[in-house]
Design a protein. Structure first.
Length: 282
């Protein structure tokens, strides 16, 4: 996704309207979106089935769970899965946080300019599928320089507000061949339909959207000219501690914490043994 993707004016209006909400993200200037449950037959709003491939994001703000769609976006999914299992995403940061739009991570350098793939670092082509849309909560492959065939390790979550797709846009979607169910889902959940044919959707948050919204609410750095860089401040750094790949329903948060603790203990034991061997060899 290009950093300067043009955002629809209705999304900006939604931000202003939502500022009237009493609830806020801690000390942030942004309010927490009030997201009603979406009743829809669209697959992104259907509960995962046993055995479905999922990704569990353990972050400094909480846990996020997303179902993955290898049938619709195989290259994007298997790239993400391969990198996650290799530990590529461990202790990386969310480097972009744009309220009402997206939060983006997946760059090991933390700058927003890096990236990698399991395909010898060759980029991933666009895998647009008509059954997957950029609804709020969608997990998508980020691209660079406006090239839809430039996907790598970076990804983003859509954080569009619930009322971001107004009646005029809904009418446009209908005219462009979207199904009644898809238009209704966009109306209820909000989203970024203008990215549907430019970026790949390869997953959907089914648990922890409140955590994703917290990511979008943090304070961000402004440059010398007063422009928002959408980069979280140092005090509001968001860390992706680990991405675990599993099959639904997957391990519980407690089981993941126990596994992480055991792994840390094993690592400490290995370091101790190596240190002892070094001393013995001297």
């Amino acid at each position: 996704m290009a950093p300067k993707v043009k955002r629809n004016l209705c999304a900006l209006c939604a931000v202003l309207l939502s500022s009237l909400l009493l609830c806020s993200c801690g000390g942030s200037r942004y309010p927490v979106p009030d997201r009603p449950a979406v009743e829809s037959t669209e697959r992104q709003f259907t509960a995962p089935s046993d055995g479905d491939l999922i990704a569990i994001f353990t972050t400094s703000l909480g846990e996020v769970r997303a179902v993955l769609y290898p049938d619709a976006a195989p290259m994007a999914v298997y790239n993400f899965v391969g990198l996650a299992r290799s530990g590529y995403y461990d202790n990386t940061i969310i480097w972009r946080s744009e309220y009402g739009f997206t939060v983006q991570g997946g760059d090991a350098t933390g700058t927003g300019t890096g990236g990698s793939t399991i395909y010898s670092d060759n980029p991933i082509p666009l895998e647009a599928d008509s059954s997957l849309r950029h609804y709020a909560g969608a997990l998508c492959a980020a691209t660079t320089k406006g090239d839809p065939n430039s996907g790598e390790s970076q990804f983003y979550f859509v954080t569009a507000l619930p009322d971001s797709v107004d009646e005029e846009m809904q009418s446009q979607l209908t005219q462009n061949g979207y199904t009644e169910s898809q238009v209704s889902a966009y109306a209820a959940a909000g989203g970024l339909p203008y990215l549907d044919n430019t970026d790949t959707v390869f997953g959907q948050v089914y648990e922890g959207m409140d955590v994703v919204d917290k990511m979008a609410c943090v304070d961000t750095v402004t440059d010398e000219e007063g422009n928002d860089t959408f980069r979280p401040t140092e005090e509001d750094t968001i860390t992706i501690e680990k991405v675990t790949i599993a099959t639904y329903p997957g391990p519980t948060a407690e089981e993941l914490a126990q596994a992480a603790e055991a792994s840390a203990e094993d690592a400490a034991s290995d370091d101790g043994a190596q240190s002892q061997q070094t001393q013995d060899g001297q």
